[in-house]
Design a protein around this ligand. Structure first.
Ligand code: IMP
Ligand code: MG
Length: 195
């Protein structure tokens, strides 16, 4: 099978690659078993912190990258929780932040008086979670915390407090476990860095 490369893609990231295949330029960073263990731990921590709230916790998931993490985190909880989604994007199809955050979809249910946990795949510049958190705060939640599977502090531009963090990673673009490169590779069970 021949590789069709798009301009600007790292070498080896092919279009039409078979589903589940890992680009040749990718390097394993976090194995799926390690992610699973860590997400279960986070689930326990979240369940403990919110043990005494009298309404179900609301997970507000930032589309699309955080959906895989959120699905596993939700199933690691021992407390009732609801799901809401927001759509925010600060990236085009490249590997560096454009600095703009676009909010295309907001939560459907009212968040007044609710305990909200914002779920993000990776905090890079911090602009995405910061922008979403600001919008959510205007809706009058009882509390707002942030859970992020990955924290990449090297390119932070906005100060963000991550309440529940899976892994702190070095300054590498990553794919897998929900994270994409140009829409691809979200299905990979582990996390890989692109060189
Ligand atoms: P920030 O707004 O700069 O913090 O960027 C966060 C958003 O950019 C995340 O929600 C991801 O969707 C995306 N992003 C940042 N870094 C990566 C990466 O290494 N791989 C895939 N997506 C990323
Ligand atoms: Mg995202």
């Amino acid at each position: 099978m021949h590789e069709t490369l798009i301009a600007g893609r790292p070498p080896g990231v092919a279009i039409g690659a078979p589903k589940g295949s890992i680009p040749p330029s990718a390097r394993a960073m976090i194995a799926s078993a390690r992610i699973a263990r860590r997400v279960r731990e986070l689930g326990r921590q979240v369940s403990e912190i919110y043990a005494d709230i009298d309404t179900p916790l609301v997970l507000v998931v930032i589309l699309k990258g955080a959906t895989v993490f959120a699905a596993d985190l939700l199933r690691s909880l021992s407390i009732p929780a609801e799901l809401e989604f927001v759509s925010a994007a600060s990236y085009g199809s490249g590997t560096s932040s454009t600095g703009r955050v676009r909010l295309a979809h907001m939560v459907e249910g009212p968040l007044v008086g609710r305990h909200v946990l914002l779920v993000e795949d990776i905090v890079d510049s911090g602009r995405t979670v910061d922008a979403v958190a600001k919008r959510i705060r205007r809706l009058g939640p009882a509390s707002l915390r942030i859970a992020a599977l990955l924290d990449r502090p090297a390119r932070r531009a906005v100060d963000v407090k991550i309440d529940f963090c899976g892994f702190v990673i070095p300054d590498r673009f990553v794919i897998g476990y929900g994270l994409d490169y140009a829409g691809l590779y979200r299905e990979l069970p582990g996390i890989y860095s692109l060189r």
